[in-house]
Write a protein that binds this ligand. Structure first.
Ligand code: PGA
Ligand code: ZN
Length: 422
C-alpha cells in the first residue's frame, strides 16, 4: 500500500452520460487519485418517486431522450464539482460531500442535481476503498458491524412498474427462515420459476418482465397475486411464513386521489382506515411480514392508524413516506409512524446523509432496508452499502436482468469475503 499521503488525494473527477436499465440517461462519474487509481460509479433512477426526494436534474430538452438527458448534471460535475473537490483527501468523504452541498446551496439539491452529487460521492468512496486495498463494504462500514443482508426480492410487479396491471407495485419474497445467502438466493430462484409455471397454468400470457425483472401479469386483483405467490412458495418446497414470507410494496401514493385509495382492480375506493383494514385482513390470511408504503406519503394520520394496528406483527416500511430524509424519519419516530425505513441513496444524494438515516433508524429501534431503484445500472455499489450498514436487508428487484444480478452476484462474492476469502 502506498502510504504517501499526497498519493491519496483526489486528482480529478469527471462525468459522462450513460443509460440505465430502462434506456433513460443517467450520470456516470469517475474519480482519479494522484497515485493513478481511477474508478467510476453510476447514479440510479426511480420511476415511482416520492414527492420529497432530492431533485434528479434532467435537461428538459425535448430534442434529446424526450427531455430526460442529464447533460446539465454532467456539466455540473465537470465544471463546478470537479474543481471544488480536487485535492481533497480521498477518505474525507464528509469533506468532499460538504463541499458539494455548499456549492449546491439548496435543500433539495436542485442546483447541481442529486444525480450529479451522488455519482461523485460513490466514486470517491470506491476510490478510497481501492486505495486502501480493502473491499468497498469494509471501507464503508467504518465502525459499524458489517453483515450479509437478507434479500427482499420482487417476483410479481404491478403499478407504475408494469403498466398499471394491478395497483400494488411489488409482491416480494423474503427467505428469512433459510440460513446463508447462497441458499436464500436458490430458494428465491425456485419460487420465481414456480410463479411462472402457476401463471401459465392460470392462462396468463407472459410476454416479458416488468421494470425490475419480475413477472408483470394481468391478474384480476391484488389479492390474486398474493394467492399465487403463496402457492409458488409451497410448490418450490418451502414453508410459507416459516421459511419464506411475503413482503408488499403497496406504493399507495400512486393510487391515491381526493383523500381516497382507488383500488380499481378490486373495484373499491377506500379511506385510510379501510386501507388498514384491508392490509390487516390480507396479512392475516397470507404469510405477509413486511408492508412498504401501505398508505400515501403525506397521510401521517393514516400511518399512525396503520402502525398502531399492525406495527407489532408487521415490518412497516416507509419509502416515499420517508424518502431517506432524516427530518421525515425523525418525525416518523416522534409520532410513532412506521417501524422501518427504505434507504435509497439517490433519494437524499450523499453517502453521509444516507448513513445518518440508517444510524438514526438503528438508534430508534427502526429497521432499515437498503434499496435499489427501478432504473439501475451495472454498478454493484448497493451490495457493499447494504453489507456495510449492517442493516440486514436489501431490496434489489428480481433475479433476472443484469442490472439486478450485478448486485446479487456481488453479494455472492461478499459472502466469501465475509468468510475470509481474499
Ligand atoms: P422506484 O420504485 O425506484 O421506481 O421509485 C422502487 C420502490 O418503490 O421501492
Ligand atoms: Zn417503494
Amino acid at each position: 500500500m502506498n502510504t504517501d499521503k499526497t498519493a491519496i488525494r483526489i486528482a480529478a473527477v469527471d462525468a459522462w452520460e450513460i443509460l440505465d436499465s430502462r434506456g433513460n440517461p443517467t450520470v456516470a462519474a469517475s474519480c482519479a487519485l494522484r497515485n493513478g487509481i481511477r474508478v467510476q460509479a453510476h447514479a440510479p433512477s426511480g420511476a415511482s418517486t416520492g414527492t420529497h426526494e432530492a431533485v434528479e436534474l434532467r435537461d428538459r430538452d425535448p430534442r434529446r431522450y424526450c427531455g430526460k438527458g442529464v447533460l446539465r448534471a454532467v456539466a455540473n460535475v465537470r465544471e463546478r464539482i470537479a474543481p471544488a473537490v480536487a485535492g481533497f483527501q480521498v477518505e474525507d468523504q464528509a469533506g468532499v460531500e460538504g463541499a458539494m452541498l455548499a456549492l449546491d446551496g439548496t435543500a433539495d439539491k436542485s442546483n447541481l442535481g442529486a444525480n450529479a452529487i451522488l455519482a461523485v460521492s460513490c466514486a470517491v468512496a470506491r476510490a478510497a476503498a481501492v486505495a486502501r486495498g480493502i473491499p468497498l463494504w469494509r471501507y464503508l462500514a467504518g465502525g459499524r458491524a458489517a453483515k450479509q443482508p437478507l434479500p427482499m426480492t420482487n417476483i410479481l410487479s404491478g403499478g407504475l412498474h408494469a403498466g398499471h396491471n394491478m395497483e400494488f407495485q411489488d409482491f416480494l419474497v423474503m427467505p428469512q427462515g433459510i440460513d446463508g445467502y447462497p441458499a436464500q438466493l436458490e430458494a428465491i430462484v425456485a419460487i420465481h420459476r414456480q410463479t411462472r409455471m402457476l401463471l401459465e397454468e392460470a392462462g396468463c400470457v407472459l410476454t416479458g418482465v416488468a421494470d425490475e425483472g419480475g413477472w408483470g401479469p394481468h391478474l384480476e386483483s391484488n389479492e390474486r397475486a398474493l394467492a399465487i405467490l403463496t402457492a409458488a412458495i409451497e410448490r418450490a418446497g418451502y414453508a410459507p411464513g416459516d421459511e419464506v414470507s411475503i413482503a408488499l410494496d403497496v406504493a399507495a401514493s400512486h393510487f391515491y386521489q381526493d383523500d381516497a385509495y382507488h383500488l380499481r382492480s378490486e373495484k373499491r375506493v377506500l379511506s385510510n382506515a379501510e386501507m388498514v383494514d384491508l392490509l390487516a385482513d390480507w396479512a392475516g390470511r397470507y404469510p405477509v411480514r413486511s408492508i412498504e408504503d401501505g398508505l400515501h406519503e403525506d397521510d401521517w394520520a393514516g400511518w399512525k392508524i396503520l402502525t398502531d394496528r399492525l406495527g407489532a406483527s408487521q415490518q412497516l416500511v416507509g419509502d416515499d413516506f420517508f424518502t431517506t430524509n432524516l427530518a421525515r424519519v425523525d418525525r416518523g419516530i416522534r409520532e410513532g409512524c412506521a417501524n422501518a425505513v427504505l434507504v435509497k441513496m439517490n433519494q437524499i444524494g450523499t453517502l453521509t446523509e444516507t448513513f445518518a438515516v440508517i444510524d438514526r433508524a438503528r438508534e430508534a429501534g427502526y429497521r432499515a432496508v437498503i434499496s435499489a431503484r427501478s432504473g439501475e445500472t451495472e454498478d454493484s455499489f448497493l451490495a457493499d452499502l447494504a453489507t456495510a450498514s449492517g442493516a440486514g436487508q436489501i431490496k434489489i428487484g428480481s433475479i433476472t436482468r443484469s442490472e439486478r444480478l450485478a448486485k446479487y452476484n456481488r453479494l455472492l462474492e461478499i459472502d466469501r469475503e465475509l468468510q475470509g476469502h481474499a
